[in-house]
Design a protein around this ligand. Structure first.
Ligand code: FE
Length: 335
């Protein structure tokens, strides 16, 4: 494969960084160009979705030229950590800038991965069919009042595994299982599609209520397309669990690859991602919030949303709990 030979050749230079990224957004161009300008380090990008990145890293093994890996969701980041795709790093900058609950646990020599932006798991409902007070917590989605109303993507998707993993963390396995069982009983249709498909189902009236990551909703809200305006006119949204545990939050994050040929450049790049300007580019590219608390979003849709109560659970614990989450899903046949 000519792609990989040239990557290995390039990886010999100290002025190069090989970036494996599951993200691709407009603002990323400025994000990377700015790093090269500041450091003189050129970035070679391999962009693919998370599953393709996993496959590639597994097959490349020890000879992988990857220096930095960017992925989304704690469930995937934790899995990559467990599979040995990352290495721990020590960085005062990252430890100071990235809150402890938004990075992997310490392993004696620093953290393995760091969240660089955050996303919320929100509830959207059909305004004509559903009262917002019936759907203002995750727990209520599993209540009999919502029978026949709930649409959901596959339970085994990382976004659902993480949500259930968070429930296991705060309420225990038995309650999380009862919830998953209630969700199955309330389904309007068999699980299918992604978060945007759930939003569309809610707008069309096929579904009364669904879960979505915040950036999918923000994307539709910022769109001028008539079909998107139509969707927005039909749906309402709530920040779940505001009177209790807060809205479930997750991250997009990154790590230094296990066999990074350019480790120093890789650490420099992750530290750069935690800088004020990079935080804004990184988060704004996908309508997310900066992970560094002092950095303010400059995204109009998110500014309009204002602030809300966020769940405060370690993202590392959420990632790990996917093991329990998957077993729960299997037991209640949440496909
Ligand atoms: Fe997504």
């Amino acid at each position: 494969m000519s792609c990989c030979l040239s990557m290995s050749a390039l990886s010999q230079s100290s002025q190069v960084l090989n970036l494996y990224s599951a993200r691709h957004y407009q603002t990323d161009e400025a994000l990377y160009a700015n790093f090269t300008k500041q450091t003189g380090i050129k970035i070679n990008r391999i962009e693919a979705d998370d599953n393709a990145l996993f496959e590639r890293l597994r097959s490349e093994g020890k000879s992988s030229p990857a220096d930095v890996i960017l992925m989304v969701d704690a469930a995937r980041l934790w899995r990559a950590e467990i599979e040995g795709l990352f290495q721990p790093i020590q960085s005062k900058v990252l430890e100071t800038r990235i809150p402890k609950n938004l990075r992997s646990g310490d392993v004696g020599q620093g953290s393995q991965w760091f969240g660089f932006s955050t996303r919320a798991r929100m509830i959207v409902y059909n305004k004509a069919a559903v009262k917002p007070t019936d759907v203002d917590t995750y727990e209520k989605l599993a209540d009999p009042v919502n029978k026949g109303r709930v649409c959901t993507r596959s339970g085994s998707h990382p976004y659902m595994l993480s949500l259930i993993g968070a429930m296991v963390e705060r309420s225990g396995e038995a309650k999380a299982e009862a919830w998953a069982k209630g969700m199955v009983a309330n389904m309007a249709r068999a699980p299918k599609g992604g978060d945007t498909d759930q939003i569309k189902g809610v707008a069309s009236g096929e579904c009364g209520v669904a879960l979505t990551n915040s950036y999918y909703l923000a994307r539709i809200m910022r769109s001028d397309k008539p079909e998107d305006r139509q969707i927005i006119s039909k749906i309402g949204f709530v920040w779940p669990n505001q009177a209790g545990s807060g809205t479930h939050m997750n991250v997009a994050g990154g790590a230094v690859a296990k066999n990074a040929p350019n480790k120093a450049a890789a650490i420099k790049f992750l530290e750069y991602l935690a800088s004020d300007q990079a935080q804004q580019y990184f988060a704004d590219g996908n309508n997310e919030w900066p992970a560094v608390p002092s950095v303010k979003t400059n995204n109009e849709a998110l500014k309009q949303w204002g602030s809300f109560k966020k769940e405060n659970i370690s993202i590392a614990a959420i990632g790990k709990n996917q093991i329990y989450a998957q077993k729960i899903l299997d037991r209640v046949s949440y496909r």
